[in-house]
Design a protein around this ligand. Structure first.
Ligand SMILES: Nc1ncnc2c1ncn2[C@@H]1O[C@H](COP(=O)(O)OP(=O)(O)O)[C@@H](O)[C@H]1O
Ligand SMILES: [Mg+2]
Length: 778
């Protein structure tokens, strides 16, 4: 076999320059310390991971330099840092073993002081090593050549990799810096994890410092677990630089390119691009090549936007996706999917959810996820997914989507990126308060709906404008009365501000989510959800509509709701782009202009809401909280509508505790569900349900007890589970905690709702802290 490559000219390691390296002091000192312990025969193992281009390779190479110059400690062996990247084309084990051998011999000779071996000749190099006192190399080389000749890739690899372990001794000890380790899972004809099996005895021996680095920790950790090595490894995640280091890097880069950026802009610029050094370099290059002056933040934002839409940052990610997904259709899928997760912030964290969001076949979905994981853009741990939060990638995806899917021009997209950024950092004064007030008004309105029929025009801005554009209000009011097309509004039983999918999970940011029923009875068949957003921007654009639609889809997915049972409603702030109106109508999103809302309020006799701002009342100041536990008890006959009594009592109890209206609604709704459950499924003999309300300073506890036959009595387990299941699911969403004790003597449903001003643990339906996602937030 010929020697294909010139040594030492491959990859990032060749171009690494120590003087260009900034920050990472903590990682370096931890790793250096661990590596130096190798001199006393202590080998720690580390797994270093992070997304592409974050600086893993640079960190390893910097570490190699640090170790190379470490003072030798009193006759102890010196660390020999062996850097090896598995990323190079060498997916054939024979080629890999050959390459590894070369790298090892070369790096060791250099380490020992051989300036430049004249020709690449392993045998000669082994002799040369012998002259430095490193013996036994010839034998291993011979064994390796034998395996190679026999075409036994795996054995060749075993030989090559064991070389460093046997060659060390008094003089030095190897410190392994194995980069891009995830590629070892892609060796031809060698099972995934074989590399770890080869290394396993050395790792287990605990004598050799071993640092594995790579982009897909999920894969590698799975392999580590299979090999029983997981506990041996410490994980180090590489993220962006600290602001301090990042600012120093800006200084260095700007000086080298003679680019002038005012120092005052640098901290924010660092934050803007997530402190990722590679982006800093690309951005400085961009400024340099455009010979641009950067006097202020807006100019910098503009240059950034140009770079991410048509310049270097754009090219970087475009090539990345082209390489990762050579197939165009698949690339489009992957980009669209990531865009939803990273820009629209779909709160996705399972493989299953990801695949259904992609709308791909399971097989294709998995292969897309797996490619993304391999490249380090997401991390999979069993079924759980975590995505990188890279702000530049998010902007790129936004560009790709707007450009590729919506066909927008580059400068349009760039402008939107700049605008989003600026409006996010400088919200208009007073806007937040106005928005909260509009949301409160709509909420009040929805509570009054109660199955009434209203003209559909109130919810359809496109048609409304067509019909009444330019007409006076009176004329409109009269016209509305004659309007034949009407919709029946649901009976709303609870309206929440803000919404969370599951306990502790990510938030769906809606201004309002209302639970309602299409008919007087509360049944699953009748359930509808209304998701509502009141636009913050003066002019509603397609992007905001898109963002809303995406969240709605996810909500429907989450809830397993058929499309027609999730109603989507946006309230326009002042005006709307015709394109946005079209898009909303295409998505079936109700759209109401402030004028329509005014008419709506008028219909329900709520106009005064519009005029007088609600007096700001802080719940804490409203009424002194009770200091001890109060208890109420109620026994209800099992008959239609008696759950309403239970709800009514709950309301009174809640009033004693002076909790907010939202919480009251939730408690009522939960009580009703629990009662209906008990009525329908307990098959109780006494025909009674006992309720207990326990009120303490920080929580309300509710007990709904029946003396029926327990959970599954009288039905097939499946059926019983299904019926119970739905009500319980709803209850779980409504209150903070639910516990069910069921047995042959009956069932107790125990619900807990925290009511402290600052809840100890945020419940599933939390008052909207932080308000809606601002449109620029991606
Ligand atoms: N600590 C750092 N200081 C300055 N520049 C860095 C640093 N880390 C990385 N870089 C720059 O980022 C680029 C990508 O880093 P690299 O180490 O190749 O990332 P990874 O191995 O994680 O993909 C490098 O070429 C270098 O220019
Ligand atoms: Mg790298």
């Amino acid at each position: 076999m010929g020697y294909l490559r010139l040594f030492g000219t491959m990859g990032a390691e060749a171009s690494f320059r120590e003087e260009d390296f900034f920050g990472r002091e903590e990682e370096l000192s931890a790793l250096t310390r661990a590596a130096l312990e190798g001199s006393r025969g202590i080998g720690s193992s580390f797994m270093i991971y992070g997304p592409p281009n974050i600086g893993k390779t640079s960190l390893l190479l910097k570490l190699a330099k640090v170790l190379g110059t470490s003072a030798d400690g009193e006759g102890l062996p010196r660390p020999f840092p062996l850097y090896f990247s598995f990323s190079q084309i060498l997916s054939h084990p024979l080629a890999l073993s050959q390459h590894f051998l070369q790298e090892f011999l070369l790096q060791l000779l250099r380490f020992l002081g051989d300036a430049r071996p004249s020709a690449f000749d392993p045998a000669a190099m082994c002799d040369r090593l012998a002259s430095f006192g490193v013996t036994g190399c010839r034998e291993i080389l011979a064994a390796h050549e034998r395996c190679t000749a026999e075409g036994d890739g795996l054995s060749a690899l075993v030989n090559a990799l064991s070389f460093p372990f046997s060659a060390s001794g008094e003089l030095f000890y190897p410190v392994f810096l194995f980069d891009d380790f995830q590629y070892t899972g892609k060796l031809q004809g060698v099972p995934d994890g074989a590399m770890l099996s080869i290394l396993r005895p050395y790792i287990k021996s605990g004598h050799f410092p071993m640092f594995l680095s790579g982009s897909s920790p999920g894969r590698v950790t799975a392999a580590l677990k299979r090999e029983g090595l997981f506990g041996t490894f410490q994980m180090i995640e590489v993220g962006g630089l600290s602001t301090d280091s990042s600012v120093r890097l800006w200084g260095h880069l700007c000086e080298r390119r003679r680019v002038d950026i005012p120092a005052s802009l640098l901290p924010r610029a660092s934050e803007r691009i997530g402190g990722i050094p590679a982006y800093q370099r690309m951005l400085v290059e961009e400024i340099f090549f455009r010979s641009a002056k950067v006097p202020d933040a807006v100019t910098l934002e503009n240059l950034y936007a140009v770079s991410v839409t048509e310049g270097k940052l754009n090219r970087y990610w475009r090539e990345f996706f082209e390489n990762t997904f050579p197939d165009r259709a698949r690339r489009g899928r992957a980009i669209r999917f990531l865009k939803r997760v990273l820009c629209d912030r779909f709160p996705l964290d399972t493989v299953e959810g990801a695949i259904s969001l992609m709308g791909a076949s399971e097989e294709e979905g998995e292969s897309i996820l797996s490619a993304l994981e391999f490249k380090g853009l997401l991390k999979a741990d069993l079924d759980q997914l975590a995505f990188v939060g890279d702000p530049v990638l998010a902007d790129f995806l936004y560009w790709a989507f707007e450009r590729g899917v919506l066909g927008k021009g580059t400068s349009q997209v760039a402008a939107a990126i700049v605008q989003a950024r600026l409006s996010r950092t400088a919200p208009e004064p007073g806007q937040g308060g106005d928005h909260a007030r509009r949301v409160a008004i709509v909420k009040e309105l929805m509570r009054k709906w109660d199955l009434r029929e209203v003209p559909l025009l109130l919810l359809d801005f496109g048609k409304f404008r067509e019909k009444f554009g330019g007409k006076g209000l009176l004329e409109v009011v009269i016209g509305m009365e004659r309007e034949a097309v009407r919709v029946r509004l649901p009976k709303v039983s609870s309206v929440s501000t803000g919404y969370r999918a599951s306990r502790g999970g990510p938030r769906f940011d809606f201004d309002l989510v209302a639970y309602g029923f299409l008919d007087a009875d509360f049944s699953e068949e009748n359930l509808v959800l209304w998701a509502v957003d009141a636009a913050v921007e003066k002019n509603l654009g397609t992007r905001v509509v898109e963002h809303f639609e995406n969240r709605c889809r996810l909500l429907a997915l989450e809830k397993g709701l058929p499309h027609d049972r999730l109603r989507k409603w946006m309230i326009i702030n002042e005006t709307a782009d015709p394109a946005a109106v079209d898009l909303a109508s295409r998505y079936g999103i109700h759209l109401s202009h402030p004028t329509q809302l005014r008419l709506f309020l008028n219909l329900f006799g709520l106009e005064e809401l519009e005029r007088e701002p609600e007096p700001a009342s802080s719940p804490a100041a409203e009424s002194p909280r009770i200091g001890k536990t109060l208890e109420y008890e109620l026994v209800l006959p099992i008959k239609a509508d008696s759950e309403v009594v239970a709800a009514r009592v709950a309301e009174e109890v809640a009033a004693v505790a002076a909790v907010d209206a939202d919480t009251v609604d939730r408690i009522k709704m939960a009580i009703i569900e629990a009662c209906i459950n008990a009525f329908e499924h307990s098959a109780s003999e006494s025909g009674k349900v006992r309720l207990r309300y326990l009120l303490s300073p920080d929580k309300i506890e509710l007990f709904v007890q029946d003396d029926g036959k327990g959970f599954r009595a009288g039905k097939t387990p499946e059926e019983s589970k299904k019926n119970r299941g739905w009500g319980l699911k709803l209850i779980r969403e409504l209150v903070d905690d639910v516990e069910i004790i069921t047995g042959p003597d009956g069932t107790v449903v125990h619900m807990v709702q925290q009511i402290g001003a600052v809840p100890a643990n945020p419940g599933p339906l939390q008052q909207g802290e932080g308000g809606p996602a601002s449109p620029g937030e991606r």
